[in-house]
Design a binder for this molecule. Structure first.
Ligand code: FES
Length: 149
């Protein structure tokens, strides 16, 4: 394993062992659940939005270290962002996971998940929380908040 792979592995394990923003918000504006059909694991993302900004966000569910670490990183990255910026981040993340070259400098810990690209079956694990959040943002946009997401 290269030094970079080892670093990525450590970052992922650190989030897995010390997940950020784990749990469920009381009465969230939106809660969506996604599951990985390949293994049956699932994740729920709940979040609140105020004036177009994701003010709070949590995740819960069961899954492998990659899916849980990815959800933890997602909550850290999205909290405090506008819904538009969150969508942009989801798109950047998906582009990275599908192997296209992007500047990853603004991704922080999330960059570690690009190490997963070498294992195609695990890419779905890394994407699970992100596609779930995307569905949540779509729901929010439809729920009488047109124009703000
Ligand atoms: Fe189930 Fe990774 S093995 S989400």
């Amino acid at each position: 394993m290269s030094a970079l792979d080892e670093l990525y592995r450590e970052v992922i394990l650190e989030h897995y062992k010390n997940p950020r923003n784990q749990g469920r918000l009381d009465e969230p504006d939106i809660a969506t659940r996604g599951h990985n059909p390949l293994c049956g694991d699932d994740v729920e993302i709940s979040f609140d939005v105020q004036d177009g900004v994701v003010t709070d966000i949590r995740f819960q569910g069961k899954g492998c270290s990659i899916s849980q670490a990815s959800a933890s990183m997602l909550t850290e990255a999205v909290k405090g962002k506008t819904t538009a910026a969150a969508r942009e981040l989801i798109s950047t993340f998906k582009t990275m996971m599908h192997g296209d070259s992007i500047s990853v400098s603004e991704l922080g810990d999330i960059e570690a998940l690009q190490g997963v690209r070498k294992y195609p079956v695990r890419i779905k694990c890394a994407l699970l929380a992100w596609t779930t959040l995307q569905e949540g943002l779509d729901l929010y946009a439809k729920a009488d908040h047109s124009g703000s997401a």
